[in-house]
Design a protein around this ligand. Structure first.
Ligand code: PMP
Ligand code: GLN
Length: 379
């Protein structure tokens, strides 16, 4: 049969992890922590398994977890979502994003996508017959070009995808960005799909500003989150979606037939763990120290570093070090010096020639220091 996604291959994260494995390289490519989650969280999973919480969870997720999320966002984001009507637990942010996009996008609808873009947005848009319309920014952008955004909007624009903190640029949206978005979204009646999976990994005193912090935006948004980044449990594939009750009715119509519900004892465990805010409020300081350690160690290498504002990714320019394109360099560094990274061109639809690699610093200190030492020998 004819492929529905002819332009899609295997993701760059899978490819670079496989290459790292084949060459026994340090894997700073795919974004996942090298360290384990808290023993207390593991103990809670086994507690709830032993308590017999092993059958289907309710379609929307276990109520203890939805209630814990309501409590958390009440205090942390100062906004309120009804646990029964406005929150659904999903199989990672990936499912939340896919379902939100599927609920909103119809054939021929245009969706604004900022590039560099995380790789799951565009295939989801295409599967619904939508057309991605790109706002293309430098991989290390420090400002959103709102002029460019407004020129991309047409009468067919249905939705806009936000990602703050951004993977891979590390850019963190400002209050001004949210206000600009609010103006455009209300003028053109756009739906906002906001990917906020790195909400708790944010540096230098910045604050995460969820789209839900602006009431008029919250009313037109699906907010997608993940526990994977926050609790070092990317393998659990647990996330959630927040939206108004009317939006959530449509979201759940699709979620119930995509997965119906997600893994029960793990939801109970996270619900209990979430009640202690130190488990997520200390994360930014934890990762900021790692960012700084890695960046200091890279100083001697000649890579051009501008410290990332949020997420656990550091982009590094290599224009002064090599003429190679980013994919060729990322592959060569994996094979020859044993450090895997992600070429940032993979976050763009059309070919681009930025000389930038993305490194994940969610790793133990000695791994980061060893990688930086190897990166000193790239030429
Ligand atoms: N969005 C972004 C920006 C990500 O980096 C990731 C990371 N994997 C995801 C979504 C997917 O999150 P999850 O693993 O919870 O599906
Ligand atoms: N979000 C992770 C990254 O950006 C990858 C997740 C995946 O492999 N799909 O590296």
């Amino acid at each position: 049969f004819t492929s529905k996604l002819p332009e899609v291959g295997t993701t760059i994260f899978t490819k670079m992890s496989a290459l790292a494995g084949a060459f026994d390289a340090i894997n700073l490519a795919q974004g996942f922590p090298e360290f384990d989650c808290a023993p207390g969280l593991q103990a809670l999973v086994s507690k709830y398994m032993k308590l017999g919480k092993n059958q289907y969870a309710p379609m929307a997720g276990v109520s203890a977890l939805r209630e814990a999320i309501t409590q958390k966002i009440n205090t942390y984001n100062h906004c309120s979502y009804d646990p029964d009507l406005e929150i659904t637990i999903t199989s990672g942010a990936t499912e939340a994003l896919y379902v939100a996009i599927s609920a909103v996008v119809r054939p021929g609808d245009e969706v604004i996508v900022f590039e560099p873009a995380y790789d799951s947005y565009v295939p989801a848009i295409r599967m619904s017959g939508g057309v991605p319309v790109y706002v293309t920014l430098d991989p290390r952008f420090q400002k959103i070009d709102w002029e460019q955004v407004s020129t991309r909007i047409s009468t067919r624009t249905r939705a806009i995808i936000v990602n703050t903190p951004n993977n891979p640029s590390g850019y963190v949206w400002t209050r001004e960005d949210l206000l600009q978005l609010d103006t455009l979204a209300s003028r053109h009646d756009l739906i906002v799909i906001s990917d906020e999976v790195y909400e708790h990994i944010i540096f230098d005193g910045r604050k995460h500003l969820s789209v839900s912090s602006v009431k008029s935006l919250a009313e037109r948004s699906f907010i997608c989150g993940s526990f994977g980044k926050t609790f070092h449990i990317t393998g659990w594939k647990l996330g959630y979606c927040l939206a108004t009750a009317a939006f959530m009715v449509e979201f759940r119509k699709i979620h119930q037939f995509m997965v119906f519900s997600v893994i029960t004892p793990f939801q109970f465990a996270i619900a209990e763990f979430l009640n202690e805010p130190e488990h997520y409020l200390e994360l930014s300081a934890f990762y900021q120290r790692k960012r700084d350690l890695f960046n200091d160690a890279l100083k001697a290498t000649g890579f051009d570093i501008r410290p990332t504002e949020g997420s656990f990714f550091q982009n590094a320019g290599y224009a002064g070090l090599s003429e190679e394109n980013d994919l060729a360099l990322a592959e060569r560094l994996t094979r020859e010096i044993g450090v895997a990274s992600i070429p940032v061109s993979s976050f763009y639809a059309a070919p681009v020639s930025y000389k930038v690699l993305r490194f994940c610093f969610a790793k133990n200190d000695d791994t980061l220091l060893k990688a930086a030492e190897r990166l000193g020998k790239i030429s």
